[in-house]
Each structure stands twice: as structure tokens, then as C-alpha cells.
Design a protein around this ligand. Structure first.
Ligand SMILES: Cc1cc2nc3c(=O)[nH]c(=O)nc-3n(C[C@H](O)[C@H](O)[C@H](O)COP(=O)(O)OP(=O)(O)OC[C@H]3O[C@@H](n4cnc5c(N)ncnc54)[C@H](O)[C@@H]3O)c2cc1C
Length: 361
């Protein structure tokens, strides 16, 4: 049996392990932290999946395949940690992200509705419609990230995957597909490095791939909007450059509010703590976007880090006996299952085509 050694137990490493085990490989995963690692980009209550991707219509066109790949994961792990809420974007001026997305969804034939402001007001009265040109509504929702990861881990271990937590990779010998780690030297038939923000530290030529700090506030809307939000959609690309994005309340998980404008290059070692000013800045970004945003009550604020590629494209690259993988740039969870299948297909012989396709998303 061919043996794969995977560096990184985030969603890309775990889904790669899942797809390779299904394809008959033996799998070992080494991870710097605990498994699961609460500091990985992948660990949170949830991550959005949606097809509107203004600048990256290729991402949108692959969302159908991404859903199908998750269905395969869910069938294996015996549960479907996904809540379909729909996903909304709002256009305020010509050429803004929602406007571009509306055109690209129409061109690529992805199902969606365009709502006039009056229709937006009727269906989603908790969202400010007075300044909207139109709203773009599509399928989409929340992948329950922590439940997916724990389900995958149970499945992987039951099928013989070897997990090595608290094992930091110190150096990679790409030609041999070997690593030196805090627990000694390791090697397999195929090494796959899916180390997220750890990649530039292992490959100095990836210095242009930068860790970005992304803030989220978990909050409660005021009582008179709670029922409306309980059946509300996920949202993205609202407010022009502010780029409001988030997830409505789901069960006991409060509403999650993000602001793309605040995502910035930062140091994961020092910049995880958040401040009252962070919380206030996010909530202020929603004034004029959600009704009564000034009355939202924050519960807690978190900062986490993802790896931004210079061109925001995904990368699967062969270096000797090593594959380097980053499908992230702040968009990667939704594609995790599909990326795992892509890596397995690449190793089954389709390597050049798959690499080209991943880079073209
Ligand atoms: C706040 C936030 C919100 C996001 N929202 C969304 C969203 O709504 N939808 C979406 O699709 N995507 C979203 N993303 C992006 C998505 O979470 C990431 O693209 C995805 O989780 C990346 O997975 P990964 O496996 O590549 O990296 P990670 O999950 O970071 O996993 C990499 C692992 O490698 C380990 N590692 C690093 N260096 C080493 C080393 N030297 N030795 C051993 N192990 C090492 C790390 O400890 C880590 O556990 C968001 C990201 C953030 C931070």
C-alpha cells in the first residue's frame, strides 16, 4: 500500500487524508499543535459556502462540485453538519461586488434570484433596503466547521490513519519527500505539505504568501429582529469596500459578523488578542447595512489567521517527492472536500491538469 505523509491537520490536510484513504492509501498526519488545533484557520463554529465571487467567477462555478464533495464526506462520517440558509449580496452602486457577481452568476448559469429593493424589504425586513439597487440571493449556507473536523477525525482514525499531534515540522527535504520534526525524521512514498500559515516558514520562496488577521464578532441582534434573523441568510460583499460578511444565528451559535476591510497582514504569534476597539469597529461597519445595528449586543470577538496568496489563487505544486498545497486566501474551507479529491486525483495521474485547474479558480 502506498503511504502518504501529510503536514497540517486543517481542513485541507484532513480532506486530503480522507480522499487518499478512500483511494487506498495509508495516511499519517503530523500537526504542530493538538488535533484538532483550535488555532488553525479551519477551526470555528462555521464557515460560509456560497457561489457569489465577484472577482473570482471560477470559484463560483465550482461551488456545485464543492457541495457534491461535501455530500460524499457527510455520507462517510454519518452526519451532515451543514445548514442551508441561502446567501445574499447587496448592490449599492454599479460595479460593486454584488453587481459583478450578479453578472457572473448569470453567465456561468448558477441559480440565483435578483431582488428589487421592495422585494428585499418584504423578504428580509431586518436588512436595510433603502439604499440598495438590488439584492442577489443564491443557495449557500454554513458548514459547521468544528463538527465536520471532529467527524472527519473519527472517520480517519477508524480507518487506520495515524495522527501525530504536537509535532512541528522543522525542515522539508522536498527532493526526498522527507521531513525533520520535533519528534524526529519522517518519510513516506508521498509527502504533502498543507501547513496553512506555516508554509512560508518551511519554504522561504513563499515569503509573498502572507498571514492575514481576520476578525469576527459574535453578537445578538436586538430582540425585535431575532425571529427575522433566525431564518436569515448568510451574507457577503455588502457595503462596497467594507465587505460585510457573516452568518445568521444558528441554533445556539450567535450571529457572526465580519468586515473584509479589516483583514490585514499581521503576526499570528502576537496579534491574536482582540480589543474593544476591534469589536466596536466591526459593529460600526454594519450601521446602515442592518437595521438597528447600533443596538446589536456583542458576545465575544475572535481573531484568526489565514494564508493569503499574492494572486488569491489556490496552489498545488510538485517539488520533487513533495506536493505543496494551499487552497486558502480566506476562501478555502468551502472547497476543502473538493480540494482533497483534487489532490487524490492528481496523485492518481492527473497531476498537471489538476494543478492548472486549481490555479485557475
Ligand atoms: C476568520 C476566518 C473566517 C473565514 N471564513 C471563511 C468562510 O466563511 N468560508 C470559507 O470557505 N473559508 C473561510 N476562511 C478560510 C478558511 O478557513 C481557510 O481557507 C481554511 O481553513 C484553510 O485550511 P488549511 O487546512 O489550508 O489551513 P489550516 O486550517 O490553518 O491548517 C494548517 C495546519 O498546519 C499546521 N502547521 C503549520 N505549520 C506547521 C509545521 N511547521 N509543522 C506541523 N504542522 C504545521 C497548523 O498548526 C494548522 O493546524 C476563513 C478564515 C478565517 C481565519
Amino acid at each position: 500500500m502506498t503511504k502518504a505523509l501529510i503536514v497540517g491537520a486543517g481542513i485541507n490536510g484532513l480532506c486530503t487524508a480522507w480522499a487518499l484513504l478512500r483511494a487506498g492509501w495509508q495516511v499519517q498526519i503530523v500537526e504542530d499543535g493538538p488535533i484538532p488545533n483550535p488555532l488553525s484557520a479551519s477551526w470555528d463554529y462555521h464557515r460560509i459556502i456560497r457561489p457569489h465571487y465577484a472577482a473570482f467567477p471560477g470559484y463560483g462555478a465550482r461551488i456545485g462540485a464543492a457541495h457534491a464533495a461535501w455530500e460524499a464526506v457527510f455520507a462517510d462520517i454519518g452526519s451532515a453538519p451543514y445548514v442551508e440558509t441561502g446567501a445574499i449580496s447587496i448592490s449599492h452602486q454599479e460595479g460593486d461586488p454584488a453587481d459583478i457577481s450578479a453578472r457572473s452568476l448569470a453567465e456561468t448559469g448558477v441559480a440565483h434570484e435578483v431582488l428589487a429593493p421592495e422585494e428585499l424589504e418584504k423578504r428580509f425586513p431586518m436588512i436595510e433596503s433603502s439604499t440598495a439597487r438590488f439584492a442577489l440571493l443564491s443557495g449557500g449556507g454554513a458548514l459547521l466547521a468544528d463538527q465536520i473536523i471532529t467527524g472527519l477525525l473519527r472517520w480517519l482514525v477508524a480507518r487506520g490513519a495515524v495522527l501525530v499531534p504536537q509535532c512541528r515540522v522543522l525542515a522539508v527535504d522536498t527532493a526526498r519527500g522527507a521531513i525533520s520534526t520535533t519528534q524526529g525524521a519522517m518519510q513516506a512514498d508521498q509527502l504533502i505539505v498543507a501547513a496553512g500559515i506555516g508554509l512560508p516558514g518551511l519554504f522561504p520562496d513563499m515569503a509573498a504568501f502572507t498571514p492575514r488577521r481576520s476578525l469576527v464578532v459574535y453578537a445578538d441582534p436586538p430582540p425585535h429582529w431575532q425571529a427575522a434573523w433566525a431564518s436569515g441568510p448568510c451574507w457577503t460583499g455588502i457595503g462596497g469596500d467594507d465587505d460585510c460578511w457573516g452568518i445568521p444565528p444558528i441554533g445556539d451559535i450567535p450571529m457572526k459578523l465580519g468586515l473584509g476591510r479589516l483583514s490585514r497582514v499581521a503576526n499570528p504569534q502576537f496579534d491574536r488578542p482582540t480589543s474593544a476597539a476591534d469589536t466596536a469597529e466591526i459593529l460600526a461597519g454594519y450601521i446602515g447595512i442592518f437595521k438597528d445595528a447600533e443596538a446589536f449586543r456583542p458576545r465575544f470577538t475572535l481573531a484568526n489567521f489565514y494564508l493569503m496568496a499574492p494572486d488569491e489563487r489556490f496552489l498545488l505544486q510538485r517539488r520533487g517527492e513533495t506536493l505543496v498545497l494551499t487552497a486558502d486566501s480566506g476562501h478555502g474551507f468551502k472547497f476543502g472536500a473538493l480540494t482533497g479529491l483534487d489532490v487524490a486525483a492528481a496523485l492518481a495521474g492527473d497531476e498537471a491538469a489538476i494543478m492548472q485547474r486549481l490555479a485557475g479558480y
